[in-house]
Design a protein. Structure first.
Length: 226
């Protein structure tokens, strides 16, 4: 149903006529695909796995009992029986928490190790990311060009990198380009590469794309084209 709905909505998103320049044509096509994906498929919800999330129902009853015992004790703080009941429930919650936490991590380690043993890299990294969450990429501090100041803000760091590469990439070449080009072998023009691919060749190329791979710069996964 989702596939059919996606195809119907995509047909409605397509402009009646595409622009002549191929670059503009592609931008219009990409925009139509991304808009349709967002409206019909949405975004995948990735939930960070945690030992408590998997055992919250088991612990909820004990935590509620401990909370009730604490409220009873606050109402009658001199009661030895209520103090003992609260102390006992507190110990039970702590003990059960440690047990469930250790069991969850043991099972998760066995699961991830099993994926590694089977060389299942896709689900191995997926399981690892689900446990630890996505990696965060921060910017390490940089020294200024003269080395006297430590740059910490994002704006300062980006400006320093820009300055660095402007110097690095705009130096005067020490190689004679004419001399280099003169020793390179010449090859015949591959005129067949200029031939427009047929519809069947395009379908075969799309079908050969691998699933579950990160999309390119356009942000469109191979599964969408298929």
């Amino acid at each position: 149903m989702s596939r059919q709905l996606f195809q119907q909505q995509l047909a409605l998103e397509f402009p009646e006529e595409f622009s002549v320049p191929v670059s503009t044509h592609w931008e219009e096509l990409k925009s139509s695909i991304l808009t349709t994906c967002q409206n019909t498929l949405g975004h995948a919800q990735k939930k960070h796995q945690d030992w408590f999330d998997s055992n919250d129902q088991s612990l909820k009853k004990l935590i509620d009992q401990k909370r009730k015992a604490l409220m009873d004790l606050k109402k009658d703080p001199k009661s030895t029986a209520k103090k003992a009941a609260y102390k006992q429930l507190k110990a039970i919650v702590q003990r059960e928490t440690r047990r469930l936490k250790n069991k969850w991590w043991t099972d998760k380690v066995k699961e991830i190790q099993g994926l590694a043993d089977k060389n299942d890299t896709r689900f191995f990294f997926s399981a690892t990311k689900a446990v630890y969450g996505p990696s965060t990429h921060g910017q390490a501090p940089l020294r200024s060009k003269d080395g006297t100041n430590l740059l910490k803000t994002k704006t300062e760091i980006n400006a320093r990198w820009k300055e660095h590469f402007e110097v690095l990439l705009n130096t005067n070449p020490v190689i004679d380009e004419e001399e280099v080009l003169g020793v390179l072998p010449e090859h015949d023009l591959a005129e067949n590469l200029a031939i427009t691919p047929t519809l069947e060749e395009t379908k075969q190329a799309i079908h050969s794309l691998k699933n579950n791979k990160a999309p390119g710069i356009d942000g469109i996964p191979a599964e969408i084209f298929k």
